[in-house]
Design a protein around this ligand. Structure first.
Ligand SMILES: CC(C)(COP(=O)(O)OP(=O)(O)OC[C@H]1O[C@@H](n2cnc3c(N)ncnc32)[C@H](O)[C@@H]1OP(=O)(O)O)[C@@H](O)C(=O)NCCC(=O)NCCS
Length: 177
């Protein structure tokens, strides 16, 4: 016990999540994690339908790890709305055994930062809880302005952009890049 405390004191990052790019070797972990987090009904969710139509950008798929153990995942899908190019974030999930350590927020922040560093990353859209994503910079969009290929709760359609007014002004159907 004493040794554990000493080791942690020597390494303040012990137990802290960090992210890395996903590789094909992570596929089974990600599949299991998404099944665990969203259940069998996940394929009927509107955000999953977007990803069926438009493939994810695998170069933006990230894995969170704690001390070498994969514990979370996020995907990004290139989309456009009214000719403006951006990304749909999700699914974002962390394993129940590793929650409340900051892995979820780290994945959301990192994926968004990497996407928006690209010329075509003008916004990052997602369907999620404003209480969770609001403090990370996402704003609620105008109800009905962004049209998904299925029903969504308008209060959960959130947008991150350098130009904060975009969340109110962006309007149109989700289309391919
Ligand atoms: C949502 C989820 C990704 C959070 O992962 P996490 O690694 O625990 O996230 P973090 O550690 O960064 O943040 C945890 C904090 O967010 C809070 N939080 C978690 N889900 C929340 C939600 N839906 N709304 C508001 N706050 C939430 C936690 O209570 C915790 O608060 P605390 O720090 O005050 O204790 C994870 O719970 C999960 O995989 N859930 C199932 C799938 C899901 O709902 N994904 C999001 C869909 S967009």
């Amino acid at each position: 016990m004493t040794m554990l405390v000493a080791a942690d004191a020597a390494n303040p990052l012990a137990g802290q999540p960090y992210v890395r790019p996903a590789t094909p070797a992570d596929d089974a972990f990600v599949e299991e994690l998404q099944a665990l987090a969203f259940g069998p009904g996940r394929f009927a969710r509107t955000a999953f339908r977007v990803r069926e139509r438009f493939p994810i950008d695998e170069s933006l798929s990230l894995i969170a790890e704690v001390e070498g153990a994969p514990c979370g995942s996020v995907w990004m899908t290139p989309i456009s709305v009214s000719g403006m190019r951006g990304y749909l974030l999700g699914p974002l999930a962390t394993h129940p055994n590793f929650r409340k350590r900051g892995a979820g927020k780290l994945l959301a922040r990192e994926a968004a930062q990497r996407a928006m560093a690209r010329r075509e990353g003008q916004f990052v859209l997602l369907v999620g809880d404003q209480d969770y994503y609001g403090p990370l910079g996402w704003d609620i969009t105008m109800p009905g302005h962004i049209q998904f290929p299925g029903p969504v709760d308008p209060a959960r359609v959130l947008l991150l952009a350098k130009d904060k007014s975009l969340a109110r002004s962006l309007k149109g159907e989700i289309a391919a890049f």
